[in-house]
Design a binder for this molecule. Structure first.
Ligand code: SF4
Length: 245
């Protein structure tokens, strides 16, 4: 195993030292691809939406919301309006009531209106297919932009949610405090062939083996490369007897 920076044995390295080099990054991704092949059965675009406009809206509604609540809010809202113009024509109180299940509904309603107005004014109502274009629109951050680029437009982009962020940092594919910073690092450091499906491999790995509280390191296909394990993460987390799941 090679590190981008030298680490003293027995000393937990500073966060900036915790990244694998490009050879090991590729090897980790190859093994995760073999262990979790393809996209999850039934995996759809962001929140299952069929077009870029609805994907953006669904992504905005999903902030700090459980999937089932986001699903209820999107279902309610798209039953009333499915285009930027129809959304702007919608009575504000009706919009708020429709999206109430996903929380933060007043702020989200304001963002949706601002997003629709800017989309019409700058792009004639068509969602742009570049990160810069998407992130320049109100309410669209890096995560939403990358989800829409990857799922709806099919670009070679790795979308980073909290699960991808956690697993990527644990293994040493990234060393970042926020999901957006992890997205930037993965964009720079992982090979193009791994960008689209890497999202699924890391999520599947995080759900089945590298689970948050008690990772199943003894059956992990990347245990000889994982920096969290190699640099004492298990002991630090009070898991000297590594859990088999
Ligand atoms: S070795 Fe453990 S911590 Fe590292 S990726 Fe595997 S399950 Fe996660």
């Amino acid at each position: 195993m090679r590190l981008l920076y030298r680490v003293q044995p027995g000393v937990r390295p500073a966060r900036s030292a915790r990244m694998l080099d490009e050879v090991d990054v590729e090897e980790v991704l190859r093994r995760l691809a073999a262990a979790h092949p393809g996209r999850s059965p039934g995996a759809k675009g962001p929140k299952g939406q069929p077009d870029a406009f609805r994907s953006c809206i669904a992504c905005m509604l999903s902030a700090q919301s459980l999937d089932r609540n986001t699903a209820a809010a999107t279902r309610n809202l798209f039953a009333l309006a499915r285009t930027p113009r129809a959304m702007l024509a919608l009575d504000e109180e009706r919009m708020v009531q429709a999206i109430r299940p996903c929380g933060l509904y007043n702020m989200k309603a304001r963002n949706i209106r601002a997003f629709c107005a800017a989309l019409l004014e700058r792009h004639g109502g068509t969602v742009p297919d570049t990160r810069e274009g998407l992130m320049a629109l109100p309410g669209i951050g890096r995560k939403c932009a990358d989800i829409v680029l990857s799922f709806t437009f099919g670009h070679d982009v790795i979308a980073v949610d909290t699960h991808v962020h956690r697993v990527a940092n644990r293994i040493g594919l990234a060393d970042a405090r926020t999901a957006d910073a992890t997205a930037q690092q993965l964009d720079q450091h992982i090979p193009v062939w791994a960008k689209r499906d890497g999202h699924f491999w890391l999520i599947q790995h995080g759900k089945t083996i590298c689970v948050a509280r008690r990772p199943r390191c003894s059956i992990c296909p990347v245990r000889d490369l994982c920096l969290w394990l190699q640099t004492g993460g298990a002991a630090a987390a009070g898991q000297a007897g590594i859990n088999n799941g």
